[in-house]
Design a binder for this molecule. Structure first.
Ligand SMILES: Cc1ncc(COP(=O)(O)O)c(C=O)c1O
Length: 388
């Protein structure tokens, strides 16, 4: 059987979901695991959203919806975007509700790029950018970031990385896996480069609500950027609704018919009753998100405090999302070995190599687990380091 040769660029093992599956198997075998490898908030979804979805089911709202999503959800997102990010768009012409942000990312890549096109991605990055692009025959050009300058984009180097074949750039702020919020100054520079070199910008703002210090800005709102930016976002993290599969993209109206075609092939429409629940979440559940973010900030501080007392772990203080991306090269073992050792002790974290080629010396720790589990995790890391 012949497999699409583009897949030769994708490793089928060692990715995030393999690690997650491995931990599930260990749990099935009776081992207790603290999950810090996967990016899903550990909160229930807002009760009001659940009630609305249940009501929709009971009322028989179980069929295809408008392909671009139900109007009440599109309008609720328009309200949220304006209020939170100052992003103004036409909810009838410039948005598609997708089956999660992942679908939105893949739709954007398939519509806006052609095989052979280069897309620059600051690295480390959310792995779906790379994998979707490679499946489509696009060339991801990794632009390395380092903890040495707090994972800030060096815009001079970014400009130098643009070639004749570069067609786009993907940015993610606040970032998975670093928690970095791209500064307004850097965003302005990225926007200048995009305008001068005629690049499309895919701006993944999935963690826009998860800010602890510093503000999140959308590059779409900088001068003339609206016409070349696709904003990606989701209910997954904002309302702890990862399993509902509700995401969205905001794009210039002229791209929507093409993006709709791609969306039709992938999912036709997002799940009908999940859209009803998400509309209530975006309209009414801001307090839920605020409470969750407050808890994440406390967890970030707890984890940083604990790790800073351990030898060999270099950690910065991210302003957003719910991840730490410490460098561990001073421990003298590889990140993969370190993760394996921790897993033997019941703690799952992800090696940096799952997030790009420039991150083999790093590990990603999600703090989407209880403060009690975080304390135990710090304990385990300390014990493992002591034995090295
Ligand atoms: C940066 C980023 N973008 C997109 C996604 C995908 O979100 P969704 O669950 O809405 O597909 C994630 C999930 O972890 C993410 O971290």
């Amino acid at each position: 059987m012949k497999i699409n040769s583009n897949f030769s660029g994708i490793s089928l093992e060692g990715g995030l979901y393999d690690i997650f599956n491995k931990t599930l198997l260990l749990e099935q075998a009776g081992k207790k695991i603290i999950h810090k490898e996967i990016g899903k908030p550990d909160f229930d979804s807002p009760p009001a959203a659940k009630e609305a979805a249940k009501k929709a089911l009971d009322e028989g709202f179980v069929h295809y919806t408008s392909m671009i999503g139900i109007p009440e959800l599109r309008h609720a997102i328009a309200k949220k975007e304006k209020l939170s990010n100052g992003t103004v768009f036409d909810p009838d012409k410039e948005i598609i509700i997708t089956a999660g942000a992942c679908e939105a990312i893949t739709c954007a890549l398939i519509v806006l790029f052609e095989p052979g096109d280069e897309i620059i991605v600051p690295s480390p990055y959310f792995p779906v950018y790379y994998e979707s692009a490679v499946m489509l025959g696009l060339n991801i050009v990794e632009f390395p970031l380092s903890i040495d300058n707090d994972f800030e984009i060096d815009t001079d180097n970014l400009r130098a990385a643009v070639t004749d074949r570069t067609r786009g750039i993907i940015i993610n702020t606040p970032s998975n896996p670093t928690g970095k919020i791209i500064s307004l100054e850097s965003l302005n520079e990225v926007a200048n480069i995009a305008r001068q070199k005629d690049l499309i910008v895919i701006s993944d703002e999935t963690y826009d609500q998860f800010t602890f210090s510093g503000a999140h800005y959308s590059i779409r709102n900088l001068n003339d950027m609206q016409d070349r930016t696709i904003v990606i976002n989701s209910a997954s993290k904002t309302f702890s609704m990862t399993g509902w599969r509700i995401g969205y993209l905001i794009a210039p109206a002229r791209y929507i018919p093409y993006l709709s075609k791609a969306h039709q092939s992938f999912s036709t429409c997002a799940t009908s009753f999940a859209q009803k629940g998400a509309a209530v979440a975006f309209n009414d559940c801001q307090d839920f998100t605020k409470e969750m973010v407050k808890e994440f900030k406390a967890r970030r501080d707890l984890l940083i405090d604990g790790l800073s007392k351990l030898e060999g772990i270099e950690c910065n203080k991210p302003e957003g999302a719910f991840y730490l991306f410490p460098r561990i090269s001073k421990l003298g073992i590889s990140a993969v070995e370190f993760c394996d050792l921790l897993l033997d002790h019941g703690l799952a974290i992800a090696p940096g190599s799952a997030f790009g080629r420039s991150s083999a010396d790093y590990v990603r720790m999600s703090y989407a687990c209880s403060q009690e589990d975080l304390r135990e995790a710090i304990d385990i890391i300390g014990r493992v380091i002591d034995k090295l």
